[in-house]
Design a protein around this ligand. Structure first.
Ligand code: FAD
Length: 480
């Protein structure tokens, strides 16, 4: 008899959700996590007494608690958690900012985006509404071949009316794509239409919110629930290999040398990472699944007195792309300072927005830029530290042009790069959104090994949790 019915590799959000879903049915389940705390990409750390979140800008897929069909509420039901007791704060307003000051505001009230498009792209609004209907009608969860979002959107919008300019259409489409790509596209330049639909709904139609408290509180809630259902988790337990025989897997070996047997495995560590655990015979398939999209993130605490002088400081998130030519790709430089995300993580309705740091009232701003893994990998530790400073300063000069000069008032700054992401999550080459080729049905060439999380294709906090749940539902619960 096996030690466990199910072993889950990775204690990130998809692993925790999969674990809770399975533990609800009273079967022995073990999560193995190499790090010392849960959360994976969305975790936390402390510096000088302050808790910093590694990933959380905002959660997507906002829904009122009584909307039964909404993905967020389905997620809570499947995990048997109370959505009503899960307190949330909706975003204030976010912005897409492109060259020459062209911008679009949006919030959780979709009418704001429609009004903005009517005012700023009057020749496109009617065709945009056709696109919205197509997004609502499409089922992105039926596994199908990759479809170019750019081509499909072009087809749906159709040609511009007389007097319209195809270049204006392209500019507009790039504006729509930018936040969806920055928050969930593992491919360069284009994205899968199914992924576009998922991201469009979760960001534009449903919207951003933050949970009450920090990501630590959210993770604590999930952990407590999982353990109360009898689930087990082991930290500092890196899986070194997966044992296979014929077309099935039957256990894992930890770095410590310990062996654990099981009936099924769900891996949440990405497809290339999972292949590596299976050994050299399988790993040859790997390179095609290596992602290239990674980021550098700067986290700044700024003293409160700067706030009054800032522009756009009421925004929740600013998605900006000030390159002359639209580029969503690995940049030539270590980071692309001309494009990224500026997030004020306290700008949610009903949040206080201040913290104390070294006796001062401060607020937080986060800056995310596309980054090139190779630049950060191929340097000595001293050069790496120097690069973080140099590129941090360049980012500061550029972002100050957008929100005003906050630089003199920064009291604390931290940053992470593709190397940090790789080190703490084992995402190969720091590819935040994983493989460009998704394993949509979660199946592998082994009949009892399944992929959940980022490389199954659902991204973000809500998406990765839904992925964990649906892989359990589709592949392992049927055996109970
Ligand atoms: C900078 C940044 C900002 C983000 N901001 C947001 C946001 O604001 N909102 C949002 O919704 N999403 C955000 N995301 C995305 C979101 O964090 C991820 O989509 C989601 O957390 C992925 O969860 P996962 O479980 O699939 O993968 P992961 O979080 O990567 O979890 C995998 C886990 O597996 C562990 N592991 C790896 N290898 C092994 C091994 N061999 N043995 C044992 N354990 C192993 C890792 O330590 C990790 O804990 C952000 C991501 C980043 C990097």
């Amino acid at each position: 008899m096996s030690d466990y019915r199910l072993v889950i590799i990775g204690g990130g959000l998809s692993g925790l959700a999969a674990g809770i879903r399975y533990a609800r049915f009273g079967r022995k389940v073990l999560i193995l996590e190499s790090h010392v705390i849960p959360g994976g990409l969305n975790s936390y750390y402390r510096r000088q007494g302050i808790l910093f979140e590694t990933g959380l800008h905002a959660m997507t897929n906002y829904a009122q608690p009584d909307d039964r069909r909404a993905p967020l509420n389905r997620l809570f039901r499947q995990l048997k958690l109370s959505r009503k007791r899960f307190l949330t704060h909706e975003q204030i307003v976010s912005e897409i900012l492109f060259p020459n000051g062209v911008n679009l505001l949006f919030s959780n009230d979709f009418n704001l985006l429609k009004d903005e498009i009517s005012a700023k792209f009057p020749r496109i609004i009617d065709r945009f509404l056709r696109l919205v209907q197509a997004v609502r009608d499409y089922d992105p969860f039926i596994p199908c071949e990759w479809i170019s979002a750019r081509e499909r959107i072009k087809d749906i919008l159709g040609p511009p009316p007389a007097g319209g300019d195809p270049a204006e259409d392209e500019f507009f489409v790039n504006m729509l794509l930018w936040p969806l790509m920055m928050y969930g596209n593992s491919q360069e330049h284009d994205m899968d239409f199914s992924q576009f639909v998922i991201m469009f709904r979760s960001i534009f139609l449903e919207g951003f919110f933050r949970p009450e408290g920090t990501i630590k509180d959210f993770l604590d809630m999930l952990m407590e629930h999982y353990l109360s259902l009898g689930g087990e988790i082991r930290f500092k337990s890196e899986v070194e290999s997966i044992y296979s025989r014929g077309d099935s897997v039957h256990g894992v070996r930890l770095r410590s040398g310990e062996e654990i047997t099981c009936d099924d495995i769900i891996s949440t560590i990405g497809y290339p990472g999972t292949l590596r655990l299976l050994g050299p015979a399988v790993v040859e398939d790997g390179p095609r699944y290596e992602g290239r999209i990674s980021f550098m993130e700067l986290i700044c605490l700024v003293s409160m007195e700067a706030r009054a002088h800032l522009k756009k400081s009421d925004r929740t998130i600013i998605f900006y792309n000030l390159d002359d030519q639209f580029k969503f790709c690995r940049p030539d430089d270590p980071i692309n300072i001309h494009s990224g995300v500026i997030c004020f993580p306290d700008n949610f309705q009903g949040l206080q927005g201040t913290a104390r740091f070294q006796g001062k009232d401060v607020f937080q701003v986060r800056f995310t830029h596309p980054a090139n893994y190779d630049h950060w990998r191929n340097v000595s530790p001293d050069e790496y530290k120097e690069m973080k400073i140099v590129w941090g300063e360049k980012s500061g000069q550029e972002t100050a042009k957008i929100i005003g000069n906050y630089l003199e008032n920064v009291v604390y700054q931290d940053s992470f790069t593709p190397i940090t992401i790789e080190k703490f999550t084992a995402k190969s080459k720091g590819a935040v959104y994983g493989s460009p080729v998704k394993i949509k049905d979660g199946r592998t060439s082994f009949k009892n090994l399944f992929i959940a999380g980022t490389d199954q294709g659902f991204l973000g906090i809500v998406g990765s949790m839904l992925s964990g749940i649906s892989m359990v539902n589709q592949h392992v619960l049927e055996k109970i």
